[in-house]
Design a binder for this molecule. Structure first.
Ligand code: SF4
Length: 84
């Protein structure tokens, strides 16, 4: 499945600036005083690295969307439009 979006979700937990995501996927993440998802990245070229960063992040704050879960979310919104 093609990765369509990657983001950092710090609503529940904060980045601890461990640098693991940048170590795994330096073309996708930059860690300074917090983690940034680099702009103009073709995420589909780095699907394996992004998945490893998502699974490896100790705070579980790296989120990704691929074509499969995007379609499922759109179907869910169609069936239950007041869910968000
Ligand atoms: S792996 Fe997670 S906690 Fe570590 S720097 Fe990246 S986003 Fe922050």
């Amino acid at each position: 499945m093609a990765v369509t979006n990657v983001w950092i979700d710090e609503k529940k937990k904060r980045c601890i600036i461990c640098g693991l995501c940048e170590l795994i996927a330096p073309k996708v993440f930059t860690v300074t005083n917090k983690t940034h998802v680099n702009k103009n990245v073709n995420f589909s070229q780095y699907e394996t690295e992004i998945s490893e960063a998502v699974e490896g992040c100790p705070q579980y704050i790296i989120k990704m969307e691929n074509t499969k879960n995007k379609i499922i979310r759109l179907i869910f919104l169609f069936v239950n439009p007041f869910s968000i």
